[in-house]
Write a protein that binds this ligand. Structure first.
Ligand code: NDP
Length: 247
């Protein structure tokens, strides 16, 4: 499905991004792995992608920095001549109860989780419009739909992704570019390891499946939306949450 496709995944060094990178690791594909600073983890992911038979390229930049994003996308299109799939996966949390939420925590989370998506989508437009093909998939979150105490900044950014996804989807489907989102529930990664045992137990009680999800289960949804077969699906969100929320 992704044969001979050029795929860029942001935040691909570990966690869900790593699983997404591996889902695209097949002969003929070029998988470009973005991250901000975790080179060691990114190199391990690249090695695993190469074992799958794909070309793997490390591409560190901060998705929230406009000039860095522009330069990276220019490098990618100069090198590969195209960009078929963009997966906006990079994300951070800076949780706190609302009265104590610092302005800098609001700004940082919105900068990476929402503005970063805007910057990468806009930079992807040039190659995708030119080649009249593209698949953009952004990782939002169940909390963008349900809200979550202690995550006003994160939930606002994740909900914002849906407005961007639906609007951009309407603009570019005539050029054969689809724009969709995947909304994971509670997935075991470093991001969720920070949760207390108590918070973890409370979360599990809300999941009808009775278990947390895996990064590979999220990656499978992304892989489907990136496929040629998904060309008539746009502006949608695919929930991967064990029944935690049914939109
Ligand atoms: P992790 O914290 O495990 O990994 C985050 C990745 O994003 C790392 O590769 C990190 O790179 C990269 N990153 C962070 N900030 C930047 C930046 N400014 N520029 C470029 N890369 C950056 O997160 P998860 O794998 O858990 O989450 C991945 C996505 O899934 C996020 O968008 C998250 O919000 C979403 N999600 C996760 C859920 C979960 O339960 N885990 C649930 C719902 C949504 P580096 O190490 O170099 O900083």
């Amino acid at each position: 499905m992704a044969q001979n496709k050029v795929v860029l995944i942001t935040g691909a060094s570990r966690g869900i991004g790593r699983a997404i990178a591996l889902a695209f690791a097949e002969p003929g594909s070029a998988v470009i792995l973005n991250y901000r600073s975790g080179s060691e983890a990114a190199e391990k992911t690249a090695e695993a992608v190469r074992q799958g038979g794909a070309q793997a390229v490390l591409c560190p930049f901060d998705v929230a920095q406009p000039e860095a994003v522009k330069a990276a996308f220019k490098d990618i299109t100069d090198t590969f001549g195209r960009l078929d799939v963009l997966v906006n996966n990079a994300g951070i949390t800076r949780d706190n109860i609302f009265p104590r939420l610092k302005e800098s925590d609001w700004d940082d989370v919105l900068a990476v989780n929402l503005k970063g998506v805007f910057l990468c989508c806009q930079a992807a437009m040039r190659p995708m419009l030119k080649q009249r093909f593209g698949r953009i998939i952004t990782i939002t979150s169940v909390v963008g739909f349900t809200g979550n105490a202690g995550q006003c900044n994160y939930a606002a950014a994740k909900a914002g992704i849906m407005g961007l996804t639906r609007s951009l989807a309407r603009e570019v489907i005539s050029r054969n570019i689809t724009v969709n989102a995947v909304a994971p529930g509670y997935i075991e990664t470093e991001m969720t390891q920070a949760l207390s045992e108590e918070a973890r137990r409370a979360l599990l009680e809300q999941i009808p499946a009775g278990r947390t999800g895996t990064p590979e289960e999220v990656a499978a949804a992304v892989r489907f939306l990136a496929s040629d077969e998904a060309g008539y699906i746009t502006g949608q969100v695919l929930h991967v949450n064990g029944g935690m929320y049914m939109g």
